[in-house]
Design a binder for this molecule. Structure first.
Ligand code: FAD
Length: 505
């Protein structure tokens, strides 16, 4: 134990689990607090293993890597990663539809009015260019091009939003080296018992199979779906969201690459769910997320294997889940992160982000040994709100469809939707307005992209867009397209950038 003048300071932290969540938490804590602040121990069991399928991310992960001080090129090399500019959705609104939900924004807001208002006005004036032509990220993704932002003044090339695809096992290993190199102690072993303090029910210690007991002031539960501490020991409870997100199984399979890696994740809607395609340097990660009410495991496996770019490199790996969240993410002296805290399918690649966001909020409200309930309540409220907003955005993808070719699509198209989503629809329906609630993860650009990509169109445009007359509106839209076209011409292919980021840029 470390000595310190303040008797109440947290002096020991035990992280249970060494998947992506556990090693992200260990890395961030040791980086921010330093090894002198508290003893940090991570317990993982090789016998149990990790889920290891989180391979697609969103741009916020770059903040996490920056916090750790990681070099991007070294990170991409170590994780056999590729770059990502958005997600392509195939067959979602209707069979045959295809759109990209890009990172970043469309065009540029003008005269204080959002770009999408002018885009809608342009449509009304007869303009027919697709929305993707107004996003450098969407245009580059479709063209297989990529580069990082450069210093180019007001050019969109100065503000390219990107994320990564990476091998989840290699990412955990990379972070493990980072954390243990800075003083985190790794213990290998299976936890077989959890002891609670008699007076207040806080977790006192965990016992490993070899009989050793490890005590701590603060426990971070990263034990995966089982939620060893948050549920197993503290019985916190789970809020089931499968009435809105009924998919409850996945099959994951890697396959050989075919052609250069695309700088986007692909999500293709299938008869009872959707299939992901995540290109890495050495293989493609694939999976079918489906609802067991509407397809058998065998039929799902057939669908998945029939829709791979290359030869499968393993047998499909089954995963089961129930979409939802813990009733509390922080209960007494246990904070749950990752799959232990809840699960939403990876349709918008949000799980790793939620781990990162949970860590950031924990650090912002880092406790002492008094564990102030006010701070714990705030943490639970804020994390809960983030979950709900992301859930509503994912539900949008299923519900905004005219597909009626299977029982699954009939079910999600006609289901009762959450109130927050209903309000978004109602406001959008009139004049295409979208409001970002509080610190909601997905911006108005994201909502606009998915809503229109899935054929939800408002009756009219925002009247404030009339601050520009018709001629000027069309001229400015054309100007945005030309700027993006010029920028696109300066970008190397994704493959060339991966080969040599310095030369390619
Ligand atoms: P796990 O990886 O399950 O790790 C749990 C750890 O706890 C392991 O180390 C295990 O050994 C340890 N443990 C458990 N019990 C014990 C015990 N008794 N004793 C000792 N140790 C124990 N996220 C994204 O951001 N993007 C994606 O594209 C994406 N795709 C996904 C696809 C699917 C089908 C699924 C299911 C998830 C996906 N995710 C994705 C989520 C992502 O995989 C997880 O958020 C991430 O892997 C974190 O997992 P974890 O660390 O919480 O749990």
């Amino acid at each position: 134990m470390k000595s310190d003048a303040r008797p109440n300071r947290i002096r020991s932290v035990v992280i249970v689990g060494g998947g992506t969540a556990g090693w992200m938490a260990a890395s961030a804590l040791v980086k921010v607090l330093g090894a002198q602040y508290a003893d940090i121990t991570l317990i993982e069991s090789d016998e149990i293993g990790i889920v290891g399928v989180g391979e697609a991310t969103i741009p916020q992960i770059r903040l996490f890597n920056d916090l750790l001080g990681l070099n991007e090129d070294a990170f991409i090399k170590a994780t056999k990663g590729t770059y990502k500019l958005g997600i392509q959705f195939v067959d979602w609104g209707r069979l045959g539809d295809r759109y990209i939900h890009p990172f970043g924004r469309y065009g540029i807001d003008m005269e204080g009015v959002s770009f999408h208002a002018f885009y809608l006005k342009g449509l009304q004036l007869g303009e027919t260019t697709p929305l993707s032509a107004y996003s450098l990220e969407a245009s580059a993704a479709a063209a297989g091009r990529f580069m990082r932002s450069i210093n180019a003044g007001k050019s969109p090339l100065s503000n390219i939003h990107h994320a990564y695809h990476f091998d989840a096992g290699l990412y955990s290993g990379f972070l493990r080296t980072f954390a243990t190199g800075r003083g985190v102690v790794r213990r290998e072993g299976k936890i077989v018992d959890v002891a609670l303090r008699a007076d207040d029910g806080f977790v006192e210690s965990v016992t490993l199979e070899d009989g050793s007991s490890i005590a701590a002031d603060l426990f971070i539960d990263c034990s995966g779906f089982r939620g060893l501490l948050i549920e197993g020991a503290l019985q916190t409870g789970y809020e089931d969201w499968s009435n809105w997100l009924p998919c409850n199984r996945a099959l994951a399979v890697p396959c050989e690459s075919a052609g250069p890696p695309t700088p986007f994740t692909r999500s293709t809607a299938r008869s009872a769910g959707w299939q992901w395609r995540i290109p890495l340097q050495h293989r493609i990660g694939n999976g079918y997320v489906y609802c067991s009410d509407h397809i058998t495991d065998a039929a799902a496996a057939d669908t998945l294997l029939a829709n791979l770019d290359g030869k499968p490199l393993a047998d499909p790996r089954p995963l089961r889940f129930v979409t939802g969240r813990r009733r509390k993410f922080w209960n007494r002296n246990v904070v749950a992160l990752g799959l232990a805290s809840g699960f939403m399918e990876p349709l918008e690649s949000t799980s790793i982000h939620l781990v990162q966001s949970g860590i950031a909020k924990l650090l912002a409200m880092f406790p002492d040994r008094s564990f102030d309930p006010v701070e714990i309540d705030r943490y639970n409220r804020v994390v809960g709100e983030e979950y709900v907003r992301i859930r509503d955005f994912i539900v949008l993808h299923y519900n905004a469809t005219s597909r009626d070719d299977s029982d699954f699509w009939n079910r999600v198209r006609t289901m009762e939707i959450p109130d927050g989503l209903r309000e978004k629809y109602e406001i959008f329906r009139n004049r295409g307005r979208i409001f970002r609630e509080n610190d909601e993860l997905f911006s108005d650009t994201s909502w606009f992209s998915v809503m229109t990509g899935q054929n939800l169109w408002p009756r009219s445009y925002d009247p404030v867009a009339d601050v520009l007359d018709d001629e000027e509106t069309l001229k400015r839209l054309q100007n945005v397209r030309e700027v993006i076209g010029t920028c696109l011409g300066q970008m190397p292919t994704h493959e060339a950038f991966l080969d040599n980021p310095l030369r390619a840029a």
